[in-house]
Design a protein around this ligand. Structure first.
Ligand SMILES: Nc1ncnc2c1ncn2[C@@H]1O[C@H](COP(=O)(O)OP(=O)(O)OP(=O)(O)O)[C@@H](O)[C@H]1O
Length: 336
């Protein structure tokens, strides 16, 4: 994999707030990296630092052997080969689609500029809207124009801030997939910010989980989902039970079973869909059971610990005793 850009231990402080705190990550060509975290965790600040809209306090941002940001030195945004797609797309209302896309190409001869714009219109499947004005475009079309405009200057890295937040749910899924397939095929390195775990898992080749200005975990969506580094990382990607137990002689005993634990873990993380009804003795009581569409959400009490189980079928009513277990390969030991 080719690193298109690396962020090296970058920090940014606003007054007492460490908005970005010693963050390191690598963005690779032809891959989509998603930055996922709760509101206020520093995602947008990190994008602004990479775009060069603000200086870093510490650390460095490097691309193509060039230092773009370091303490006291910031290459201007337009000299970075970094494209930015804002949350609201920020199209120029008085320019038509083709002129929006060609806006940053004033330095090209007219014919080359026309060719580049035509290629992008084609590539993003908006050629039929070339002479339309932004206010007449659908949300999905506006998004494509914004991406085309950002790609016009052939950036090494494309930064996207919540690019799907303005689109309705059913449009979102289809667009998300086609836009990112196209970007991957173009070899652009994409860094996309979102607070939506489903979006992030669907579109990312690489996930970066953030909280409180720091990186909690990085890896493929599957790795981060199956092997969360912490409870906070697990919960960013979906509901997770944290079940405490007692560690003795390399075995962790919990209300839902015993698991080998050579490093002396004192708790496990289990996703609600990985809890299942076992054949053994009852070890929990049903507190409630709700039909929530694809599953039943069953709230349990297991030796005083509250757990959530998702199952395909009803498993009883409040007050019923039940045997609950989890397959060992779906249980993640929490570091002691
Ligand atoms: N210009 C600024 N001046 C002062 N504080 C700021 C500034 N920009 C961001 N912050 C603070 O830095 C922290 C990180 O903000 P940031 O906007 O990067 O978070 P975010 O993860 O993008 O949030 P959201 O998902 O809500 O956009 C927050 O505590 C925010 O209040």
């Amino acid at each position: 994999m080719t690193a298109a850009l690396t962020v090296q231990s970058v920090s940014k402080q606003y007054g007492a707030v460490a908005a970005v705190d010693a963050v390191s990550l690598t963005i690779e060509a032809g891959r989509v990296t998603c930055l996922l975290g709760p509101s206020g965790c520093g995602k947008s600040t990190l994008l602004r630092l990479i775009a060069g809209l603000e200086p870093v306090d510490a650390g460095a941002i490097v691309s193509g052997g060039r230092t773009l940001s370091a303490t006291g030195a910031t290459v201007a945004p337009e000299a970075r080969r970094v494209g930015l797609v804002f949350q609201d797309y920020a199209l120029f209302p008085h320019l038509d689609v083709a002129a929006n896309i060609g806006f940053g190409l004033a330095d090209l001869p007219a014919a080359a500029r026309r060719d580049r714009v035509a290629a992008l219109l084609d590539h993003l499947q908006i050629a039929h809207r070339a002479t339309a004005y932004p206010h007449t475009l659908s949300g999905g079309e506006q998004q494509r124009v914004a991406i085309a405009r950002a790609l016009a200057r052939e950036p090494a890295v494309l930064l996207m801030d919540e690019p799907f937040s303005g689109l309705d749910a059913h449009l979102r899924g289809a667009l998300r997939d086609s836009v990112f397939d196209m970007l991957r095929a173009s070899g652009t390195a994409v860094l996309c910010v979102t607070h939506d775990a489903d979006d992030a898992m669907r579109m990312a080749d690489q996930l970066v989980l953030m909280a409180g200005g720091r990186v909690l975990q990085q890896g493929t969506p599957e790795h981060c989902y199956r092997e969360p580094a912490s409870v906070a990382a697990a919960r960013l990607l979906g509901e997770a039970n944290v079940i405490a137990g007692v560690a003795k002689d390399g075995v962790l005993s919990t209300p839902i079973g015993s698991f080998p634990s050579p490093a002396g873990a004192t708790a496990v993380i289990v996703r609600p869909q990985h809890l299942r009804v076992g054949a053994g003795k009852a070890n929990a009581t049903i507190l409630s059971s709700r039909f929530v569409g694809a599953t039943f959400a069953v709230e349990l009490d297991a030796a005083g610990q509250r757990l959530m189980m998702w199952t395909g079928q009803p498993r009883g009513a409040a007050g019923d005793a039940i045997a609950v277990e989890a397959p060992a390969d779906m249980v993640r030991l929490l570091p002691a």
